[in-house]
Design a protein around this ligand. Sequence first.
Ligand code: BG6
Ligand code: MG
Length: 220
Amino acid sequence: MPIKAFLFDLDGVIVDTAVYHYQAWKRLANELGFDISEEFNERLKGVSRTESLDIILAHGGLTLPDEEKLELASQKNNWYLDLVSRMTAEDILPGVATFFSQVRKAGLQTALGSVSKNAPLILERIGMSAVFDAVIDGNKISKGKPDPEVFTKGAAELEVRPAECVVFEDAVAGVEAGKRGGMFVVGLGSPEVLTQADLVAPSLDVLTVDEVLTKANARP
Ligand code: BG6
Ligand code: MG
């Protein structure tokens, strides 16, 4: 089944907001009296806000009532939004613009697949609101990654089958979501971390659409 659509994660794939999520969570952990490392942060990538908070609290050995957790999640989001509000199109990751022009030339459809509720705001800040044929974000799904919902909904909205899609992901949870959805997954990051991906590259900057299509179309 030839590839017809590319589905992109947002944070860490199109734009480097992954670092802002990390900074905001680290600040929260520090205020709660403990720390999180960059290595620990890999477990938070692609995971929803509430689940990320649960993972962080468990790491710090804290159990808190739901109202307090809501307050902490909202505090983190405010810090995060403060960092995001300064973003512009200059924050789009290297290689994204060239890659998208190749995607268009190849006649492929595109969808955004992000569990972030802030995705529409970020797309607006970087001037990419009108780029995707479908946008599935945290406001449209009930299950976060590694559940495949965000990608299967994207495929459904584009009216393509999962086997006709390639997913681009920087997170372990996101790679798992794409694989569980029955898609070819390109991991952007380190092969030691993104072990489940079908193909791994450091970033979109070093990939061409032709190369991805050749590999994805040759899969068994
Ligand atoms: C993902 C990020 O894209 O969105 C996670 O990788 C983040 O780190 C998640 O927790 C939810 O984002 P938000 O913006 O709704 O808090
Ligand atoms: Mg990501």
